[in-house]
Design a protein around this ligand. Structure first.
Ligand SMILES: [Zn+2]
Length: 158
């Protein structure tokens, strides 16, 4: 995960400006598995993500650009094999696009900052939204609540 960020100049959990990077550039910046999901709209194999049964409290970020996507308290056990959430962290954090590939009518969800492919949203989720954001774990970065807090504090007073 950290090797991805080292060569990633656009990764930031605080900068919300839109990211515009060419596919060629993305290929250099991202690890091959993240590139495959984010830019080629790939799908990881079900039950392979470490986040599938992950219960830590914190925030999930886009692994391509660092944009905050989901809070851990909106994560639920969907049993579908991919990390699932019922609500994004904010309205602008995600972009919705109709996806009619593979003979299905689905709604693709993309990162609102860098347009990385994240997964799909379905309407069979739990209350209060009734939505199920079915997300590839490869495209998620996680920061524990305490670590995230640290990131937002400028410099500790000494
Ligand atoms: Zn992103």
């Amino acid at each position: 995960m950290d090797t991805t960020k080292k060569n990633n100049p656009v990764y930031s959990t605080t900068d919300t400006s839109k990211v515009n990077v060419s596919e060629e550039e993305w290929k250099k910046i991202l690890s091959s598995d993240v590139f495959y999901i984010a830019r080629q709209k790939g799908t990881e194999r079900p039950w392979t993500s470490k986040f599938e049964n992950f219960k830590e409290v914190g925030t999930y970020y886009c692994a391509a650009c660092g944009n905050a996507l989901f809070k851990s308290d909106t994560k639920f056990d969907s049993g579908c094999g991919w990390p699932s959430f019922y609500e994004p962290i904010s309205k602008g954090s995600i972009i919705y696009t109709p996806d009619n590939t593979h003979g299905m009518e689905r709604t693709e969800v993309q990162c609102g900052r860098c347009k990385a492919h994240l997964g799909h949203v379905f309407d069979d989720g739990p209350p209060p939204t009734g939505l199920r954001y079915c997300i590839n774990g490869v495209i998620l970065d996680f920061a524990k609540a305490k670590d995230a807090e640290k990131n937002y504090k400028e410099k500790p007073q000494q």
